[in-house]
Design a protein around this ligand. Sequence first.
Ligand SMILES: C[S@@+](CC[C@H](N)C(=O)[O-])C[C@H]1O[C@@H](n2cnc3c(N)ncnc32)[C@H](O)[C@@H]1O
Length: 255
Amino acid sequence: MRLRNGLPVRPRNGLPVRPRSDLPVRPRNDPAQYDDLADHWWDPRGGFAALHWIAAARARLVPDATRSGSLLLDLACGGGLLAPHVAAKGHRHVGLDLSATALAHARAHGLLVVRGDVLRLPFPDAVADVVVAGEVLEHVARPLDLVAEACRVLRPGGTLVLDTIAATWWGRFSSVTVAERLPAGPPRRLHDPALFVDRSALVAGARACGVELTLAGLRPSAVDYLRWLVGRKAEVRMLPTRSTAGLFQAHGRKT
Ligand SMILES: C[S@@+](CC[C@H](N)C(=O)[O-])C[C@H]1O[C@@H](n2cnc3c(N)ncnc32)[C@H](O)[C@@H]1O
């Protein structure tokens, strides 16, 4: 049997792979899941496949650098999936995450990495030109503290980019009930719907820190997804939607 990181690798035929069923069963939102799934980060058909597509959509909201030495802080960067999508934008890309295994992948893909907690950033005030926090607000108990920290480290005029899941029945149904059962959906038990994000509170929290957020919904292209499922397409486009009741993006500039 072929081994990777000391673990058996399932035979592959180009079709999507769900995480192995013999992984430990952990409580919802247990951060140890990212270590269990460490070898999935950069597998475009593995358990984090949809994060690749969302990273491409997130990068569209990241502006080009306007000065030399421009700093892009990628909070909860995971395996660094944003890297290829922002490489040409001219920023120094620094990633922060709690997971050492994720950071090892991020470093291997060109990020400067820092191990730390998004709720207590080890950075001074007003250092970053862009702060992104993708798919993490729904994993922390105090998302507005994350927003406050993100705004603190952002320079005036800098851009904040977020994406997360709304605290609605649709957010729970689409991202947990349905998506956890689909190839490319989040691995089982990755999300705790009790932590999904109240959009009004998010907008008010960012406004209090000087960032007026614009929200937009996001969904996978159904055609791309079907073609991806049968191995005919490498990536799935994430399309804008009017409704922000499920997966959504938010961005704004600090005054
Ligand atoms: C769903 S992944 C998203 C990773 C990356 N942003 C992406 O979209 O590919 C969530 C990430 O948040 C990290 N994380 C969760 N809580 C954190 C915290 N309090 N501080 C730092 N990182 C955290 C996890 O280790 C994991 O890498």
